[in-house]
Ligand binder design. Sequence first.
Ligand code: PLP
Length: 356
Amino acid sequence: MGSTTTIKSPAEPVFNQFASDNYAGICPQAWEAMERANHGFSTSYGDDCWTERACECIRELFETDCQVFFVFNGTAANSLALASLCRSYHSVLCHDLAHVETDECGAPEFFSNGTKILHIPGADGKLDLEAVEHAITRRSDIHYPKPRVLSLTQSTEVGTVYSREEIGRAAELAHRYGLRVQMDGARFTNAVASLGVAPAEITWKAGVDVLCLGGAKNGMAVGEAVVFFNGALAEEFEYRCKQAGQLASKMRFISAPWIGLLESGAWLGNAEHANRHARLLADKLADIPGISLMHPCQANSVFVEMPPATAAALRDAGWRFYSFIGSGGARFMCSWQTTEDDVNHLVAAIRQATGR
Ligand SMILES: *Cc1c(COP(=O)(O)O)cnc(C)c1O
């Protein structure tokens, strides 16, 4: 006893995978900020200088006096934000492929005590606004769950990006019918990098009421921020977080990495890096006979259609990728950590798997 323990790491992965952007590690800026926060003692539950500064950084980023809450993950951010906008008899309109509909195990319905998710079609992961209007107006009787929120994902689940004008039109439609606008921004930074706009332009200035801003996929270990641009909607939100088990007692280790990402500009650099590598991957895959791109590559994901035998050969060679996300095919994600060598390695493997 008393001797230093050597922690053995489990087997190292053989090569970098593209299954998800959350396969990546913690970026240096987020890591350093956690390290800086790891000295001495600090007050808990968010009542600390790191959390205060992180909120300030987010207000600076959005150039407005928004209200900010930090939670552990995106499912909590989305479902608690939606629950705060709805009553149990309301409904949330989102895309068929939306994470809140397909990947949160019913958490939005659970935390809102029954609010119904209504899903709407649309090409390339984006809501078709005519279909949205139809869903809002087709019934006004007491038997239909009253539409209350329009939820947009930016960037979308299939790696496309809504333009500022598209967000403005969607929000205008929602507000015209008394709906609020929530944005799932698990990959919001990738959209900002793709569009080259100020974050304010594609959020509150375009009509977004609440943004769930992703940190994990941008380079943090864990954590997302719920950003209310309409302060009235944030009333008692801290109680929701606590009740849902989302109030971190050592909050500073979730909030400090935001300071690292935002003060250094790494939030944008990381997103640009990921997008650039996805573009490179898309361009290279487009040249392989038998492989076709399923959606425009506008953020950090590439969806491809490939023959089943190719997909099987690729999996046999040890590659991991999802084929149930989006509308089928195979999804490859790039992150802040993806290198050009990684891209070339995957491209070579796919070429080999196609037998060419
Ligand atoms: C990853 C992701 C989230 C967050 O998911 P968690 O696993 O709950 O952190 C939310 N929305 C989208 C579109 C995502 O891709």
